[in-house]
Design a protein around this ligand. Structure first.
Ligand SMILES: N[C@@H](CCC(=O)N[C@@H](CS)C(=O)NCC(=O)O)C(=O)O
Length: 344
């Protein structure tokens, strides 16, 4: 018979001690992973980006600006408390996925679509969707086309390595129409193919086409058709194997969404420091318990909002000037799809 001092009681003690140890390792900074370790050692975050006005483009001083860029800066604030500790590098859609796998980037903020094959075959993990997009088509207006189905027999440019390749093939197969794909890796050549008449149309995420259209020599001669051929939820992508880095990415995005829901902006965040709401106090680090529990500076979310602003501010700063409306990218409280899990 086992007694309170017998073997099973001893095993229970060993088990309890092991659980305490494992819980300790899993909490706070002790639970680091290969990517985050590398980031901390190097002193900055390497981010792969595209080159589309509004989303990511260098300004006249060579400083990267844009919607996705601000999320790169927000990550640098979460990890280092300094928005400058981030390095943006343009890489073609074809090159950037293998480059992420090879560890050349810590995160892609390049309009990567969340797909099941990228998760299973490439081993990627995705943060929350930060831009709900869909694939569009850019054509010369004088072609007189109003919808994709009217492009029967057309030659259509598509960028290699993008989801657009399969989407456009699926579309024509499904509709029983024919097209000739011209697959191009280089972004300049891709745009050039449309302007030179080598292709009748180009297809890409609408976020990409709306921005790239503004860079054409005669933008008014071209139109992005209103139809969307696919769902393109664009999210930060990271290589698998580093849960803590994934959670930093997740909650950095969530912080910008939660702040918008609470009406906290870069302009009024200091006012909110006086809030009586305990959830807001934890979020902004007035009550440091949340930051301490997750092993980040208790002020991490405050610093992000103070520096880059909430989701709506980031959107309005970069995308509103290009005519973008929030659409699906509204908060759930406004009928959109953006929803942050609770900060507790
Ligand atoms: N969402 C698609 C397309 C990604 C993509 O090509 N993104 C655009 C920007 S939104 C891009 O990088 N274009 C090339 C460039 O800007 O240089 C995917 O994940 O395959």
């Amino acid at each position: 018979m086992e007694t309170a001092t017998g073997p099973s009681a001893r095993w229970r003690k060993v088990l309890a001690a092991t659980l305490v140890l494992v819980t300790g390792l899993l909490s706070g900074t002790a639970f680091a992973g290969p990517t985050l370790d590398k980031i901390k050692e190097r002193g900055n975050i390497k981010v792969g980006v595209g080159t589309t006005p509004g989303f990511f483009s260098p300004d006249s001083n060579g400083r990267w600006q844009g919607f996705f860029i601000d999320y790169g800066r927000a990550l640098a604030i979460a990890v280092f408390g300094d928005q400058e500790k981030v390095e943006f590098t343009n890489s073609s859609p074809q090159q950037r996925l293998p480059a992420l796998q090879a560890g050349e980037f810590d995160v892609l903020l390049s309009g990567v679509t969340v797909t099941i094959t990228r998760a299973f075959q490439l081993g990627f993990h995705f943060g929350p969707t930060i831009f709900y997009d869909g694939q569009g088509i850019l054509v010369r207006k004088d072609l007189g086309v109003t919808k994709a189905a009217e492009l029967d027999g057309a030659t259509i440019g598509v960028q290699s390595g993008t989801t657009g390749e399969l989407n456009i093939a699926d579309f024509f197969r499904k509709t029983g129409k024919k097209f000739t794909p011209v697959t191009i890796e280089d972004t300049g050549e891709f745009i050039n193919a449309l302007e030179s008449g080598r292709v009748d149309a180009i297809t890409q995420d609408s976020s990409d086409l709306v921005g790239k259209r503004t860079q054409l020599k005669a933008p008014d001669d071209y139109v992005v058709l209103p139809e969307r051929l696919s769902k393109e939820p664009l999210a930060p992508a990271i290589a698998g194997g580093d849960d803590r880095w994934l959670e930093i990415v997740n909650w950095t995005v969530n912080a910008t969404i939660q702040a918008e829901e609470w009406g906290i902006t870069s302009a009024n965040v200091d006012e909110f420091l006086k809030s009586e709401d305990p959830a807001v106090q934890r979020f902004l680090g007035v009550d440091p318990s949340l930051g301490q529990a997750i092993g980040l500076d208790p002020k991490w979310a405050y610093n992000i909002i103070k520096t880059v602003g909430n989701y709506g501010e980031i959107f309005d700063r970069h995308l509103k000037p290009l005519g973008w409306e929030r659409g699906y990218n509204r908060l759930w409280t406004d009928g959109g799809l953006l929803y942050s899990p609770p900060f507790r």
